[in-house]
Ligand binder design. Sequence first.
Ligand code: FE2
Length: 363
Amino acid sequence: MGDRFPIQQFDHLEFYVGNAKQAALFYSKCFGFTNTAYRGLETGERDVASYVLEQGNIRFVVSSGLNPQHPIAKLAWDHGDHVAVIALAVPDAEKAYLEATDRGALEAIPPTKTQDDSGVLCYSAIHLYGNVLLKFVDRSHYSGAFAPGFKPCTLTENHHTSGLTAIDHVVANVELGAMERWVQFFAETMGFEVLVHFDEQAISTEYSALMSKVMQDKTGTIKLPINEPASGKRKSQIEEYLEYNGGPGVQHIALATDNIIETVSCLKAAGLEFLQVPSTYYQDLTERVGPINLAVEKLAELGILVDRDSDGYLLQIFTQTVQDRPTLFFEVIQRCGAKGFGEGNFKALFEAIEREQAVRGNL
Ligand code: FE2
């Protein structure tokens, strides 16, 4: 099945937002992305403004509707700024669509070809959780700036990057009882497998719990964990998300770096805010995770977490939510061999999230 459903990599993530111009500035100034392409009134596009932002192998698109009737404006109103499209690069967007819909995926955009002087771009899409689309993109016959209708942007020479290299994983929150259905969906429509699964015992605090299964494609390039809330004493972080997002959707995007100290220093200097862990986290760190090649004091200063599995260790840190609603946030991750997701940090992390939830009056 995996061979019948080849996926090359993440192509892009598209965010529907209230103000794409300001969102583009946020991702470029705070995260170090470069605006590489644009469509809007100035390029002849009457209904939507979109900015393409790139860094390393990561491509984001932020889009706003230019009138209240436009579906992008409507969805941004319903969910707040959110990830609306997860796009995967595939060798054949029509075949991917037919394979997936044959196996029960809900049709969203039938195979479509668009072209300009730079060639032909093919895409299609199916429905995922909530209002999120899973798009299949074949850009092997297209050499232009992102897609027909987009104009390349003149790049400024002194643009800074923060060393982010790739999308490591994209996590969804779904309703209570829906996780298994989406696990089956990825397995049946695209041949994904469960890489790892965490039950409510593994992910629980005094107040709340959640369950999670990590789905990945056959090559391990695309990792899509799915969370659902489990019952606890108080409202779980997943329930808070579902309430403010107006249903299921993308909870966090993990971005990889080869130098987390430098990356996080850049992001902090640019004003990005991160979750705080208590200083006690670092007291017996090396006893807990074994030797690491970085000074614990530096990790403590920046608030970077460490975890080890049988393949090595990983370093990770989580931002505060990046819009007014307590929904989407980012993770920065450096893998030094480890293939996990920071299981050893779940408790410290979820307690940090709950402290923020309490401040918001939602715990
Ligand atoms: Fe993560």
